[in-house]
Each structure stands twice: as structure tokens, then as C-alpha cells.
Write a protein that binds this ligand. Structure first.
Ligand code: PXG
Length: 458
């Protein structure tokens, strides 16, 4: 434990303000307000440096699937660090944890996806995807297939390639992105974009945008389509039921690889091990991270199909890799996490018991006068706040109301994320039914408070 652990909150905040640059943050604004300093966690609860307790409705950043304080994950990482804290997987070497994890993933991932390239995060996984798919097509004699199609409002990470694949305009603006040969099509967000059409008509329209772009570019130039089965950071956007089957058909017909970004959907979040299984998608590649180790140590990877791996083998050296590809302690934590999830039947419990309860409690918020739409799947939920119920009209300044609701929630003891004016939930998968009740009672209270504030102000 660090030596600063017992400092008072103001001292920690002052040091943080002086020396720490935070991700996705307006530094001046944050430093005026001061950070919330989280000091410990157990199960689904966090504690801050003032002793306040919060139900973590976001599982950290959509990652602590097994919940906090799982002793066997800690023990596995510690034991591995004692035996072999680091060795690389370059230059014809390997080590037992990375071998075991690769084999375990092959057991858990959908049929035909049996090999994994390791890295340390979801962003690195998606950078690896870009290099892998371009090298694959060059290896099988189609080097002109370089374009990767993604979607507006997708999130695929913060590295240059990850942010380029992502469809977040404010990210593209900072740093001259996207990099070359990345294209974006519309997202399947019915509430925001297709409200005047039926959900089915809109689902087809959103999927056909992919076909139109492939035809515009020429299929001989298109390497892959990448998408999250359900968009997470974009606002928990569950596509219409006919979207994915149509995407699948289009990729097959035009010989375009299908990459599922499972960084959020993977490892039980949807009630199946992978979002692909829940939505019946057959990807050629899957990016994974977050829930792979339940966030205990940083690890990610790209899992590829046998057919893809065989193609790649035709291309000789793949000139790509990270010092920490398959890091032994991170691999050991991931193995322990996956074994725990499998033994405790955490994914099965989500599917049969806790996710249905979570979705039922979430759906009850639909009749709140401040709620315009409920989106949800498995242990993912979004509560879309609107000024005029029955319309998809936005608030005058996007995000202010969402942030206010988030702040009310945290004052009441719940971490709930705001994406614009959608309130987002993605709790640890070990959450119990009574903890789900507690979560929704605080969420409703926060929405009531935000609504009261809005009515007074307008
Ligand atoms: N793909 C998806 C689908 C993600 O959600 C990444 C890739 C990148 O993973 P890394 O490990 O490089 O962060 C993510 C990450 C948020 C939030 O505020 C979401 C993510 C990360 C940080 C914040 O919702 N998702």
C-alpha cells in the first residue's frame, strides 16, 4: 500500500491537482472541484477517503465483472510474481500462464475462434486489429484491402488507431484523426436517429449503410467492419433485432472480415460469455480486455478464427507486438478470474436470475415523466432523460442534465455514468437481487431530484 494512504482528503486532492493529469478531463475545472479519492472496495461497494460508501453501478469502467476483493485473483497474481514476474513472448519463448490462458480462452470463446494475440488494453487490442487485418489480406494476396469501416459514436479506445476506429468527433478533432483508410457509417441508434421509422425499418437502413459504403469504396478495398455488439460508451445502444443478421449477410457477401469489439460485452456482461453469442454474430476476430481479468490487472487480446490464423500464416513475420504481450502476472490474474467465473457460474446466474431482475427494475423507470427511453440488455442499462416525454427532443445543452443526475446519484451513494443525457448502468456481475433493488431505488431518487431541479429552472 502506498505511503500516502492515510493523508486527509484535501492533501490528496492537492497533490493530485499538482501532479496528475487525468484522462478525458478538463483539468482546470477538475482541480477547482477536487477529485473523489477512492481508497478501497469490496463486492459491489466502493469507499472514498472520507469514508463514504457507494454502490458501484459501473463496475469500475465496465470491467470489474467478478466484483471487488476476490482473494483467489490476488493470490494467483502474487504467486505468479514470486515465480516469474516478467518474461516476454517474443523470440520463440513462452511461459505457462500465457499458454494456459490461450487454451482457456479457446474453450470459452465461440467455436472456431481458437487463437489469441495478447496486449494490455482494449485500445491496444484494436490497434492490433488494424494491423492484423491489413496484414491478413496482404498475406492472402489482396494487399489492396486496407479500409476498415466502423460507426459514428462507436468507442474503440484512445490510441491513434483506437480513436480513429471510434466514431467520437471530439476525439478526432484533437490530434488530426482518423488515420488513413478508416471510414464511419451511421450507428444503429433508433431513438436518436430513426424515431420516425419503425424499429425494423430503421434496423435495415442502418445495416444497409454498410453495404452502401462497401459498394461506394469497392469491396476489393474493404478489409473489415468493426463494431461493438452493443455500443457501451456511446450510450448502451442495443441495435434493432434485424441489424446484426443483415450486417452478417453483408460482410459474407462482400468478403469483408467482421470484427466484434467485445471489450465491454465480453465475459458475461450480456448473460452469455460473449456479446456475439447473445446477438448471434459470427465474427472473424474479437477484441477483448476489461472483464478478461475483471480489471484486476491490465490485459487484453485479439481472438481470431482458425481460417484467419491460417491466412496469416501465409504472410511470414507479423511485425507487431508489445513488451507486455501475455504478461505472466496479468495472465495469471485473468486465468484465476475466468476459473472463478466458470466455477461460480456467474455468467449463468446473470442470464437466469440477476439480469432479468436488473432489466425488470430498469424497465420500471420507463413511466417516469423525465424518462424518454429505456435501453438495456443483460447487465447493461441506459435511462434516457428527455425534456418532453413522448418525443426524442434533446435538452438545450446536451450533457448538463445527465451530469447533474450523476452528481445526485453519487451524493446518494451510487456511481452511475452519464453519456450525454443518458444515465448508464453496468454493475459488477456478482450483484445480488437486493443490491439491484438498492441500485434502482437510488437511481430513481436521483432522477426525481434532477427532474425537480429541471422543473424549477424551466
Ligand atoms: N473498446 C471498447 C468497446 C471499449 O469500451 C475500449 C475498446 C478501449 O479499452 P481500453 O482498455 O484501452 O480503455 C473500450 C474502453 C467510459 C469509458 O467512460 C469506456 C471505456 C474506457 C474508458 C471510459 O464509458 N471503454
Amino acid at each position: 500500500m502506498g505511503s500516502l494512504h492515510n493523508l486527509p482528503t484535501e492533501k490528496l486532492q492537492a497533490l493530485d491537482a499538482s501532479h496528475h493529469l487525468h484522462p478525458f478531463t478538463d483539468t482546470l475545472a477538475l482541480n477547482q472541484k477536487g477529485t473523489r479519492v477512492i481508497t478501497e472496495a469490496a463486492g459491489v461497494y466502493l469507499t472514498d477517503s472520507d469514508g463514504n460508501r457507494y454502490l458501484d453501478g459501473m463496475a469500475g469502467l465496465w470491467c470489474v465483472n467478478a466484483g471487488y476483493g476476490q482473494r483467489e485473483i490476488l493470490d494467483a497474481a502474487y504467486a505468479q510474481m514470486e515465480q516469474l514476474p516478467y518474461y516476454n513472448t517474443f523470440f520463440q519463448t513462452s511461459h505457462p500462464p500465457v499458454i494456459e490462458l490461450s487454451a482457456l480462452l479457446a474453450e470459452l470463446t465461440p467455436e472456431g475462434l481458437n487463437r489469441t494475440f495478447f496486449c494490455s488494453s482494449g485500445s491496444e487490442a484494436n490497434d492490433t486489429v488494424v494491423r492484423l487485418v491489413r496484414h491478413y489480406w496482404a498475406s492472402v494476396g489482396k494487399p489492396q484491402k486496407t479500409v476498415i469501416i466502423s460507426r459514428e459514436n462507436a468507442y474503440h479506445g484512445s490510441t491513434m488507431a483506437g480513436a480513429s476506429l471510434g466514431g467520437m468527433k471530439p476525439m478526432h478533432k484533437q490530434g488530426g484523426l482518423p488515420i488513413a483508410d478508416i471510414e464511419h457509417i451511421m450507428q444503429p441508434h433508433w431513438f436518436a436517429l430513426g424515431h420516425e421509422q419503425s424499429e425494423e425499418e430503421f434496423g435495415l437502413r442502418a445495416a444497409r449503410a454498410l453495404e452502401e459504403r462497401i459498394l461506394e469504396l469497392g469491396a476489393e478495398r474493404v478489409a473489415a467492419f468493426i463494431a461493438e455488439p452493443i455500443q457501451g460508451a456511446g450510450g448502451v445502444i442495443v441495435p434493432p433485432a434485424n441489424y446484426w443478421p443483415e450486417i452478417q449477410r453483408i460482410c459474407r457477401e462482400h468478403n469483408v472480415l467482421l470484427v466484434a469489439d467485445e471489450v465491454i460485452c465480453g465475459f458475461g456482461r450480456t448473460g452469455k460469455w460473449f456479446g456475439c453469442e447473445a446477438l448471434d454474430i459470427k465474427p472473424d476476430l474479437m477484441s477483448v480486455a476489461k472483464g478478461l481479468s475483471s480489471g484486476y490487472l491490465p490485459i487484453g487480446g485479439v481472438v481470431v478464427s482458425d481460417q484467419f490464423a491460417h491466412g496469416l500464416e501465409q504472410g511470414g513475420d507479423f511485425n507487431h507486438g508489445y513488451t507486455y504481450s501475455g504478461h505472466p502476472a496479468c495472465a495469471a490474474a485473468a486465468i484465476a478470474n475466468l476459473k472463478l467465473m466458470r466455477r461460480e457460474k456467474i455468467v449463468e446466474t446473470v442470464e437466469s436470475t440477476t439480469a432479468p431482475w436488473f432489466q425488470q427494475r430498469l424497465a420500471e423507470l420507463a413511466d417516469h415523466p423525465f424518462v424518454g427511453q429505456i435501453r438495456g440488455y443483460g447487465m447493461l442499462g441506459a435511462i434516457q432523460l428527455v425534456p418532453n416525454k413522448g418525443t426524442n427532443q434533446a435538452f438545450p445543452k446536451e450533457g448538463d442534465i445527465g451530469s447533474l443526475c450523476r452528481d445526485f446519484a453519487s451524493s446518494n451513494g451510487l456511481v452511475m455514468r452519464a453519456v450525454g443525457d443518458s444515465m448508464i448502468l453496468s454493475p459488477p456481475l456478482i450483484i445480488s437481487k437486493s443490491e439491484i433493488d438498492e441500485l434502482f431505488s437510488i437511481a430513481r431518487q436521483a432522477i426525481d431530484q434532477t427532474w425537480a431541479h429541471w422543473q424549477k429552472a424551466s
